[in-house]
Design a protein around this ligand. Sequence first.
Ligand code: ARG
Ligand code: ZN
Length: 874
Amino acid sequence: QTIHQKDYQVPDYLVDTVELSFDLSPEDTRVLSRLAIRSNHDRSSGVRPLVLDGEELTLLSLKLDGVELEQGSYRVDDSCLVLPDPPERFVLEVTTRINPKENSALSGLYASGPMLCTQCEAEGFRRITYFTDRPDVMAVYTVTLRAYRAACPVLLANGNLVEKGDLPDGRHFAVWHDPFKKPSYLFAVVAGDLVHIADRFTTMSGRQVQLEIYVEERNKDKCEHALRSLMHAMRWDEEQFGREYDLDTYMVVAVDDFNMGAMENKGLNVFNSRYVLASPESATDDDYQAIEEVIGHEYFHNWTGNRITCRDWFQLSLKEGLTIFRDQEFSADMQSRPVKRIADVKSLRSAQFPEDAGPLAHPVRPESYVEINNFYSMTVYHKGGEVIRMLQTLLGREAFRAGMDLYFERHDGQAVRVDEFVQAMADAGKRDLSQFMLWYDQAGTPVLTVRDEFRAGDGSYTLTVTQSCPSTPGQPEKKPFHIPLVMGLLDRAGAELPLRLAGETEPAGTSRTVELRQETETFTFVGLKERPVPSLLRNFCAPVKLDYPYRDEDLDLLMTSDSDPFVRWEAGQVQAVKLIMGLIGDIQAGREARVKESFIESFRRLLCDDRQDRAFLAEALTLPTESYLAEQMQVIDPDAIHQARELVRATVGEQLAAELSAAREACAARAPYRPDDGLAGCRRLKNLSLSYLMAAGGQQAIDACMAQFKSADNMTDSLGALSALANCACPEREEALASFYQRWRDDRGVIDKWFILQAASRLPDTMDRVLALLDHPDFDLRNPNRVRSLVGAFSQGNQVRFHDAGGRGYRFLGDQILRLNGINPQIAARMLTPFSRWRRFDANRQELMKKELERILAEPGLARDVYELAAKSL
Ligand code: ARG
Ligand code: ZN
């Protein structure tokens, strides 16, 4: 059944304190819960029943104010426990039994390797004990954990450790108290045979905080980077937002089996181990950056999520969009800001834009859901982050910061809506943001159509900007959005022109933000001598598509001269898209396809430009992905896309072989690898050059690859070579893959990469390979990272092989989703994404994909998660 935002009602009962006591054991854990409950409704017009959520629980005992309740005075079924007529205030004691080992859904309390851990967001707490499992019921928790000391020497929960000691029979206990009121989704416990590394952090007001990262013994030397990232994040939040940490300890635990990236449980974050563990030999530069980002993300949630939480799950973006924005800004400050921005835009365009254009499109604040876990989406997270960024652009940094301060001041300790956040911004910025709220409630990616006119007579230049937004499910018509458009004008020599709007006496700089509110807006700039080139959507100031008829020479000019790095990069991407689209047309029409000389020349110029940042250059020299190209087509033709893009890659590799080799040389390591040696950009450029040389073919490139593979002292270079080899039909490929496996067979994180490389290989035999890997002893459908590495990498990262016209890829994915349905519904649902895009393909592929969706929907016992997405996709 569907839950609607408009049906929200305040809770009938509140819980002030929760005392939990766990007797932990993998197959039989007992949970005693003692809840101080009080009525929160007008009882004079009738007493409402108390409804507690509960799933997969065995109820062992139930007491109200110390008295065991008789059968018949309450009701239990498989989703709740109901007391029809409870008193105004009372203490309820509930004992339940759960089986963590059998919990393959990884929601609630479950076993992962040598430990027991929890994941409660969004609705996992109800799988531990009966509770009003909704974020607007906030309570103070005290937790007692008991377990055998030998199996579980470490016992952790939220907050501060208040007591610990021994019990008879080799058991021991620990008592934790979290002084901050919190919703149940932030509850966490971890118990197991773990070790930790620690450090101390002194907050801006001089308090000492103990930082601890818990891992399995064998991973103890892989936590340094996570710990350092945590300290950077804590300092950054103090400096940028004035936010200080509020408990005496901050704990992070790495677990191998985890549905998502990580979880911000108060004082006790639980992380997917891939976002904690790193060593130079086993982690890439990208891994290091991802760890910094996710560590930052979960830390920033302490204020944006925990101190101020969501009233209900429709408000999810209140904490997620805001925290994504904060982690993006943190990473931008730790690394290259332009390169980070480009990476974020690429991921938005390749994953969120398609979501927003398909049958699963939903607003940043959805109006309804069947299963909330399906809405931890690119839209809620990343478009939500863009919406926050637009607020900062509209208000300016200073007023935005004042709005943040006001938000914290007004709502600390509360569970609120998106409206409260935007109101704080409106008040601080003295702005009317009512139209801006449409970003939260209307789905779809707006398109800005820009046309211009230069009048030589009076030196005026008029930009006409028309916005439109395609219809999305349930929203046929859209109202115009309030959009900041950051822009500039360049003269033919590439100089930035002063921007003076008609009616203004002084120009206001060379970059400015104009605001779009009406469907069509015009802006007339005056004082110009010649037709300028417009630089639009600087820094990707809004999550929109831009339609402006740039000529090739305009793009060349922007690419070399614009002051905004995003615009420089984008100009190159637009050129590449134009080129490849032309080639696709040629291929489809059976014409000879040839790469324009001018394109190769612009790549040559870039490669020889040694003033530019290497990381930025690497981005500029990277072609749009096959899936981004697919987005640009009316009917997606995966084969033609692949062929055209490979043709460009091979041509670049052939014609620029000398320059590419020189770039590799220039970037060759001069010193042993350090993750933070500032040479990550260099390594990226070097590995990109290698992949172009490999695309051109020839034994020389293969030898270079093998040489790098064998001599690499770090995973970035090792994987750079291996991924090029994985796409090469040569004997060296098997040799390298086999030796890589032998070397790393005991490192789960690296073996995940080994699966990914093979699943993402563009070689024609990939489907067979993937099928064989399903039976590999290291493949495990119960481990989400492994599923993502094989099933996900193939179906979401290998367009040309997954969309095989015979339908083998589709059948494979359908099969795996059905198997996963019975194991882990959240992961099964995540794997459905490629099928939701079926309408974008030709009739044959449409038929085949629809058949799979129908087959899935016909499955008896389909999980709610899978059902919702499959049904909406059809
Ligand atoms: N709040 C977590 C984060 O983004 C995500 C947890 C979501 N988990 C889930 N099962 N839906 O930091
Ligand atoms: Zn988050």
